[in-house]
Design a protein. Structure first.
Length: 151
């Protein structure tokens, strides 16, 4: 519980240091493996993990692989403009941003393209709006395919 408290304090300190609209990066310690988190949650729930060693366990953990759009590591920042602050575990980042009027206009266009199922326009708008956005692969709209009965 003390680790949780330390992280909460770090978030509060970062908020107190900012001027509003700041992008901060917090050093939250070592990464947590999702499988270890799942195992801990199962055990804390009073259940057992079903596996080859324990075929009568309550819950099995299944590895499905990455789905389209998922990634192994999350990019926290768009650019490399990270600078230290007076707190050793709080860094400040200078990120590209759009003026509210420009962003609002693009969001209206984006919503319109989504409502028309025009995903080529959605991609183009995202390319124009999100620095570093580079889509991979073909467009696959699972919801549209499910609604229309496509395989």
């Amino acid at each position: 519980a003390s680790e949780v408290y330390k992280r909460q304090q770090l978030v509060i300190q970062a908020g107190a240091m900012g001027n509003g609209g700041d992008v901060v990066v917090l050093d939250m310690g070592e990464p947590v493996k999702i499988v270890e988190l799942a195992e801990k949650m199962i055990h804390l729930s009073g259940l057992a993990i079903r596996s080859e060693k324990n075929p009568h366990g309550d819950i099995s953990i299944e590895f499905t692989g990455l789905r389209p759009g998922e990634k192994l590591y999350e990019e926290l920042l768009i650019g490399d403009n990270v600078v230290a602050t007076e707190h050793s575990m709080i860094m400040s980042a200078s990120e590209d941003c759009l003026a509210w009027d420009v962003l609002k206009g693009r969001l209206v266009k984006l919503l319109d393209a989504v409502e028309r199922d025009d995903y080529n326009s959605v991609r183009q708008l995202l390319r124009e709006t999100v620095s570093g956005y580079t889509p991979e692969g073909e467009i696959v709209d699972w919801m549209y395919q499910e609604r229309s009965g496509e395989p």
